[in-house]
Design a protein around this ligand. Sequence first.
Ligand code: GP9
Ligand code: MN
Length: 428
Amino acid sequence: TSKDMDEVLSYLNKNRAGSNIQYYGKAKGKNVFVLHLESFQQFMIDYKWDGQEVTPTINKYYHDQNTLSFDNFFHQVGQGKTSDAEMMLESSLYGLPSGSAMTTYGTQNTFQSAPAILDQKGYSTAAFHGDVGSFWNRNNTYKSFGYQYFFSEPYYDVKTNYKVGYGMKDKIFLKQSVKYIEQLPQPFYAKLITLTNHYPYDLDSANVSIKKTTTDDSTVDGYVQTSKYLDQSFEEFISYLKKSGLYKDSMIVMYGDHYGISNNHKKAIAQLLGKKEVTSYDLTMFQKVPFMIHMDGLKGGINHTYGGEIDVLPTLLDLLGVKNTDTVQFGNDLLSKNRNQTVAFRNGDFVSPNFTKVGNTTYDTKTGKEIKTLTAEQQKTYDQELKHVTTSLSLSDSVITGDLLRFYTPSNFTKVNKSDYNYKKSKA
Ligand code: GP9
Ligand code: MN
């Protein structure tokens, strides 16, 4: 009910981060590309194998002086995997404790998401993905998010051997997306979701350009091959953006959606990391994913703030100069000075600059050492951080399961009319 909504709002209003003077409005009016890199993990950045960098182009981009790169950024997905990442990035609402929020609530719920917010600021909006539109209920959820266009498999010319694993190969998908991108009125918000770097990391030999790793774990050893392929796809796309002039007129956001190699592969992970064994602290840090924001003229650098996918939307809106002080978003601008750096994981674990909580074990985040007994002072901080995690997750769940956004509309926002959108490809 709207009483529950009041409780959510009073909590959020107490937790909003101060504005970030240095970056606010720096990207105003720019196109926005969001590149969703399937299963791409932070440990791949600057990683070497077979005598070479696995992802040289992404590494260069990561270190570029006009790229803001976050090296303490975590995925926060649950069972919804890619769809949880999408829910967080588009709405700054968590996925659910089980299942996929997009699948279960995407069709009927009211959302106040990035595509709708930017559409109402004069942006055209489009999502691109080389899989069928029904996967993760995207074709319905995107209408609730307010995407004007959704280019899914029917929009692509899929010849034999154009697919591997879940769907279209990324190089082909990205290349064929260009004709649609070029028809989008500017400024636009365009999200492109890759696919090839997906479990179990199969790749046709013609596209392989690095040896498999030798962990003897068959669902792990192909990861460097599909990651290198993803890097090459990214390289081709970026060079297209430069040639077309879009590179200089756009803010390009790139992130890994969640882990590729799951924590069940402890032995293989230890080998990939060159460790004898890995603790649950190491496995938690292994959940870091890249998050980068590139824009010509942006003051870049490696930002060490602790954050996650829930924080992306408020960060982008501040960069775009879009007022965001009375929305229902559970994240904080990553570039704000005094922000809450406690990163909530879907299972109630968390990482902060102070503590890493994994089940009943607490580690010192800076050293990775287990803390057997907390001092009274530490306990106070720990309890505050844990309370932030459990409260955020449960309030976010009530927004989704209670469809609470029906009861509250932020200023300068008009409710989305889902029937405004139709993604069917008209028979040309
Ligand atoms: C398919 C792809 C699924 O559309 O997005 O990715 P996953 O959720 O399995 O990571
Ligand atoms: Mn995914």
